[in-house]
Design a protein around this ligand. Structure first.
Ligand code: 173
Length: 321
């Protein structure tokens, strides 16, 4: 009996000291829906370097690339089908997998609150059921979207203006009579340069990453919604991991999410940087500004519930305040 236990301990010690892992190291292939030169991706590459350092012998992440590897609006499908293991994307880019993905922009509760109020579980129930994926962590939040323009407006009326969108902005901008055109971030610079669009929707930050300040005259304030970018994993892949691998992935992605306070100060710096680059701010009177933000929210939830009659209202309970 004693000898038996001792030989087990010896075998385990030998395996550990000789570097023979009890389960094999797994490598997860990750693609980004955002262009590689975007700060989001640089920040994620730093996180991956740390992940791989501590995860030797257990789990590694192999960054495959950005939209040149898999087009922006195909990343969700690639994760769903298992063509890649992991995706780095915002929900608006994979509404072709599940319409609920774009509803995350309506979050008024934080990712941390959603981990406590059942939101994270609900998201994962929906993402598993409809997308065959697990939503590991939200790594961009506390970030409003804005309307950027090259033509001046004095009221929230976009009649006659052609605006670049993603699903994030569609119904809201259309409610102001904009003519809308969907493009991936990688196509916006050329559209601006050629004058194909009069403006675009985008967060308060990360405009310089893609040099859009060269062709941007105005930002409309206030901002609206809450930008979300998350790390996704194919559900079959997630389930195939050993408990230790899963625990490591969960812990490291959560640690990344817990750095989201970073965006608050970063966004202030980015607004200053826009001003320094000559981007002028268009504002409305207080009542109009209030109505503008309320309209965004109203239109957003109306569309959420229309596109997801069952989960839309359930998500509202955990996302809205
Ligand atoms: O405008 C976009 O491309 C978009 O939808 C988005 C969403 C989250 C973060 C950055 C951009």
């Amino acid at each position: 009996m004693v000898r038996h236990a001792a030989s087990f301990a010896l075998a385990a010690a030998l395996a550990a000291s000789s570097g023979i892992a009890l389960a094999q190291e797994v490598t997860l292939r990750l693609v980004s829906a955002f262009p590689e030169n975007q700060f989001y991706v640089k920040r994620t590459l730093d996180w991956i370097a740390d992940f791989n350092k501590d995860g030797k012998g257990l789990v590694q992440i192999n960054f495959i690339g950005g939209p040149k590897a898999i087009p922006t609006f195909e990343v969700g499908k690639a994760v769903q089908s298992g063509v890649v293991d992991m995706g780095f994307s915002t929900g608006a880019f994979y509404t072709n997998v599940l319409p609920e993905a774009d509803i995350l922009k309506l979050s008024e509760t934080s990712a941390a609150e959603q981990r406590r109020n059942g939101g994270y579980e609900l998201i994962n129930k929906i993402w598993a059921e409809k997308g065959n994926m697990r939503y590991l962590a939200k790594v961009v939040e506390f970030t409003p979207f804005h309307l950027y323009l090259n033509k001046k407006i004095d009221k929230p009326d976009l009649t006659g203006l052609k605006i670049r969108i993603t699903p994030v902005y569609r119904e809201f901008f259309q409610s102001m009579n904009a003519q809308v055109m969907t493009t991936a971030p990688g196509e916006v610079y050329t559209a601006l340069e050629r004058g194909v669009i009069d403006g675009y929707g985008w967060p308060i930050h990360a405009l310089f990453d893609l040099n859009w300040q060269e062709h941007t005259k105005y930002r409309v304030d206030p901002g609206f919604y809450n930008a979300e970018v998350g790390l996704l994993i194919n559900l079959d892949k997630y389930k195939s991991l050993t408990p230790a691998q899963r625990e490591y992935l969960d812990r490291k992605t959560l640690a990344y999410e817990q750095q989201n306070e970073f965006w608050k100060s970063y966004n202030q710096e980015e607004a200053k940087r826009q001003a320094a680059a000559g981007i002028q701010v268009i504002t409305f009177d207080a009542a109009t500004s209030k109505a503008y933000v309320e309209k965004a929210k109203e239109v957003g939830w109306a569309n959420a519930i229309k596109s997801s009659p069952v989960y839309g209202p359930e998500l509202r309970k955990v996302l809205a305040k």
